[in-house]
Write a protein that binds this ligand. Structure first.
Ligand SMILES: NC(=O)c1ccc[n+]([C@@H]2O[C@H](COP(=O)([O-])OP(=O)(O)OC[C@H]3O[C@@H](n4cnc5c(N)ncnc54)[C@H](O)[C@@H]3O)[C@@H](O)[C@H]2O)c1
Length: 249
């Protein structure tokens, strides 16, 4: 087992078809104890219970720094350590540049970027004390190609910010044996797109993907497993593309 006796927090992991839930499942299958954080306590608890008895589900809005600190504290009280953090919580909006309001901008930047900072700040003291830890930050192909399929320019900007933050943290905390890496998923079949993905759009998008299919949440989950585990001990500050070849650069 790759994650025996390891404790990993996954944010935004209650959505049943989401990347976070699939990641929690993949990590638990390798022996990790998982702490699922999401907006509603009952959803987080249900998702944790789906994984088995050893896991914890907590309400935590990652835009609220106190809530992030409390979630890290509750994790330490229950398990005594924090080995991994998957900064997965995110939201998107399909707005165009001239239509982005300050509310749109704040909502997108707050969850995707500020939340990544706050949750990382909450776990880093424990990881520094342990002198070990692995943080994985969920960016997007949208950050690299200037727009994904559904995310507006403010989403691209927030996800590009995640790449910069992740690399800077990798540099700052390498000396504490803490690794920080990012994943840039292409279009993954989850509920984040709502009902906006029509059959025609889907066929069109697939034409531009060398592997000839959209991604599954498990494709990203396995990349998270690689980055959070000791399979990747000499990797920090990297950006791992999980996009079926949608963007080859
Ligand atoms: N699905 C894709 O095609 C795709 C592509 C690139 C990147 N991503 C990124 O992957 C991550 C997961 O996306 P998904 O497709 O699984 O989405 P999803 O909508 O299925 O899941 C997102 C989860 O985040 C939670 N969440 C939202 N705001 C939160 C907050 N403030 N605090 C805590 N939790 C919050 C939601 O409740 C939900 O459970 C996101 O960061 C997203 O931007 C997704």
């Amino acid at each position: 087992m790759l994650l025996e006796n390891k404790v990993v927090i996954v944010t935004g992991a209650a959505s049943p078809r989401g990347i976070g839930k699939a990641t929690a499942k993949a990590l638990a299958a390798q022996g990790a104890r998982i702490v699922i954080l999401d907006l509603r306590e009952e959803d987080a608890q249900r998702a944790a219970a789906d994984l088995g008895d050893a896991h914890l589900g907590l309400a935590c809005d990652v835009t609220d720094k106190d809530a992030c600190v409390s979630a890290a504290k509750a994790t330490l009280e229950r398990y005594g350590r924090i080995d991994g953090l998957i900064n997965n919580a995110g939201i998107t909006q399909p707005a165009r540049t001239l239509d982005i309001t300050s509310e749109n901008f704040n909502a997108i930047v707050d969850v995707n970027l500020r939340g990544t900072l706050y949750m990382s700040q909450a776990v880093l003291p424990a990881m520094k004390e342990q002198r070990s830890g692995s943080i994985v930050c969920m960016s997007s192909v949208s950050a690299q190609r200037g727009g994904g399929i559904f995310g507006g320019p403010h989403y691209s900007a927030a996800k590009a910010g995640v790449l910069g933050l992740s690399r800077a943290m990798a540099r700052e905390f390498g000396g504490d044996s803490i690794r920080v890496n990012s994943i840039t998923p292409g279009l993954i079949q989850t509920d984040i797109t709502g009902d906006k993905l029509t059959t025609d759009m889907r066929a069109d998008i697939i034409k531009g993907i060398p592997l000839g299919r959209l991604g599954d949440a498990s494709d990203v989950a396995n990349a998270c497993l690689f980055l959070v585990s000791d399979l990747s001990t000499y990797l920090t500050g990297i950006t791992l593309d999980v996009n079926g070849g949608m963007l080859i650069h």
